[in-house]
Design a protein around this ligand. Structure first.
Ligand SMILES: [Zn+2]
Length: 339
């Protein structure tokens, strides 16, 4: 058979092919191992040299034409098969869709944002400070020299580099922010993670958030501190909250106070949450110690300031009646999905 006849015959057969099985058979007949197009191409070697070139060119042309025609037919057959399956099977629109699971912010992040928003309304900016500190900033500049017994209040994670540790509280941030902005007035909160070498129990973790607050300026007084705390407690826990102040001790504040608010469960009558006292402790605070002010670059004769520190995890536990602090970092979705 001549190449022209082969081409004509193959195209005609392809035209009448209407399904995928027929297409495969056609492909096998012409392009399989013993396919007619393949055999015809191989024939070039048996021809006299002067005929080879023309024959070879013609064979390649036929091969290209048939390959293109095959691809067109294949697309036509596939499209028809799809149309048939769509019209015969249809789509069941009553099947329920697969629900997309939605991510959300961790409850610890939510409460940090809530606290930040409340203090932003009171004119406080956020100051971020490092989690790896030196002994100098974490203790000494905060009025705790190496011999100071108050250091026992913080069980510290030390690194292998002498004098470098994981901060035990957010208070070293006070030194950083004061040195950066001195002698301008300051009103900031310093949120962040702190680390203590403690036994992990329902009430204590080795890592936890703290939110420190610091205001420094001329004529900053205890009354400003109290007003700030009351405003915060009422925004966070409800307008009817009462706040109680007790005297306390911290090395970096003088005078120092502990702040309680009336129990959100019993309203002061006494219950399990407040251990029958009617009060819940929410933060420690005080007037910035003159030594700390001086270490921050401020003249204690001219400037004064207040500072407070709270545990957002504790605030969250009070707000949502969570009884185990370990839940925060356990990554248990059953716990996290509730918020
Ligand atoms: Zn109570």
């Amino acid at each position: 058979m001549s190449l022209a006849d082969l081409e004509k015959q193959a195209l005609a057969e392809l035209e009448s092919t209407s399904d995928e099985a027929g297409l495969r058979a056609w492909h096998n007949k012409y392009f399989g191992k013993q396919g007619e197009v393949i055999l015809a191409t191989k024939k070039v070697g048996t021809l006299p040299p002067e005929e080879r070139r023309a024959y070879g060119q013609e064979a390649n042309r036929v091969k290209e034409v048939l390959t293109a025609a095959h691809d067109t037919a294949e697309a036509r057959i596939k499209e028809r098969a799809l149309e048939q399956s769509l019209s015969s099977e249809g789509i069941d629109v009553t099947l329920p869709g697969r629900p997309l699971t939605r991510g959300g912010l961790h409850v610890a992040s939510r409460i940090l944002r809530e606290i930040a928003a409340i203090f932003a309304d009171l004119g406080f900016q956020i100051y971020r400070s490092r989690e790896v500190e030196d002994d100098l900033t974490n203790f000494e500049l905060l009025n705790m020299p190496p011999y100071h017994p108050a250091r026992d209040m913080w069980d510290t994670f030390h690194t292998t580099v002498p004098g470098v540790l994981l901060r035990t509280h957010t208070s070293p941030g006070q030194i950083h922010v004061m040195r950066e902005h001195c002698p301008e007035p300051i009103r900031v909160i310093l949120p962040g993670m702190c680390y203590r070498y403690e036994t992990i129990t329902m009430r204590s973790e080795i890592m936890f958030h703290q939110v420190e607050g610091l205001a420094v300026g001329e004529h900053v007084s205890m009354a400003d501190l109290k007003g700030t705390i009351v405003a915060f407690a009422r925004r966070m826990f409800g307008e009817e909250r009462q706040v109680r102040i007790r005297s306390s001790y911290f090395p970096f504040t003088e005078p120092s106070i502990e702040v309680d608010m009336d129990c959100i469960v019993c309203g002061g009558k006494g219950c399990g949450l407040c251990k029958r006292t009617g009060w819940l402790e929410i933060m420690g605070a005080g007037m910035v110690h003159p030594v700390v002010l001086k270490n921050g670059g401020y003249d204690p004769a001219k400037f004064s300031g207040f500072a407070f520190g709270m545990g957002p995890q504790r605030i969250t536990m009070l707000k949502y009646a969570i009884d185990d602090i370990r839940q925060f970092w356990a990554n248990d979705l059953r716990f996290l999905r509730q918020f």
